[in-house]
Design a protein around this ligand. Structure first.
Ligand code: SAM
Length: 227
């Protein structure tokens, strides 16, 4: 993502009621924060927030948390959230590396990774959000029946991500190499800002859905699982 430093972004974020200012203090008690027992879904690298805000509007029965590393980007989410005032959505200005400090073991039901940065240099492979190292972090915070959804237009990153699954506790339950022409996986798809931009250029969108190997749940698209 091209980053433009927006003066005052940090201050605006520090003052926003839509940002959890000290997410570490909430570790293990997100349900108390939302004031209900609803499932908790997380988007990591939320960008300008279109995806998670649309999801939160469609699914008031689910609580959503969006994590974004950069203040200038997160500011765009907050502008929209000021208008929408979605009570089932909160943001963290933070780094996915610190996930284990934000969330307790088994606290999360679903993780979305959308158009994660590819970090093409080999020496940066560990920073890729679908790497096996990150899958270990997700394993810790996800419930036993937890699910991970990842989509991208970057074939190199997607091939890497598929290979990494083999070194994890997860397995691929659904996969497509052309999401927008896959009637099953595309059902209920919400386009992210990057997805719209790159699919307009003619790029194919790749997506997988992971669940734990030993889990008997059937993963259904559009954010549902059937026990
Ligand atoms: N998900 C959005 C979309 O599909 O339009 C944005 C995609 S953009 C390529 C990747 C986003 O992930 C950027 O906003 C970046 O700042 C954020 N990001 C990258 N690494 C991150 C990390 N370790 N923790 C939190 N956010 C991260």
């Amino acid at each position: 993502m091209r980053l433009r430093n927006i003066p005052g972004a940090r201050d605006a974020i520090a003052a926003s009621p839509w940002v959890m200012q000290k997410p570490e203090d909430q570790c293990g008690s997100w349900k108390e924060f939302f004031g209900n027992d609803r499932p908790l879904h997380l988007e990591i690298g939320t960008g300008k927030g279109r995806f998670i805000m649309e999801l939160a509007q469609r699914h008031p029965e689910i609580n959503y948390i969006g994590i974004e590393k950069y203040s200038s980007v997160l500011l765009r989410c907050l502008e929209k959230q000021e208008e929408l005032q979605l009570q089932n959505l909160i943001f963290i200005r933070g780094d996915a590396e610190l996930l284990n400090t934000y969330f307790a073991e088994g606290e999360i039901d679903r993780i979305y990774l959308n158009f994660s940065d590819p970090w093409p240099k080999e020496r940066h492979a560990r920073r890729r959000l679908p790497s096996s190292e990150y899958l270990r972090r997700y394993d810790r915070i996800l419930k036993p029946e937890g699910v991970i959804e990842f989509k991208t237009d970057n074939r190199g990153l997607f091939d890497f991500a598929v290979d990494e699954v083999a070194q994890s506790v997860f397995e691929i339950r659904q996969i497509t190499y052309d999401l927008h022409n896959d009637p099953v996986m595309n059902e209920g798809n919400i386009m992210t800002e990057y997805e719209e931009k790159f699919s307009k250029k003619g790029n194919k969108i790749y997506k997988y859905i992971l669940a734990r190997k030993n889990d008997v749940i059937e993963v259904k698209n559009d954010r549902e699982t059937i026990e």
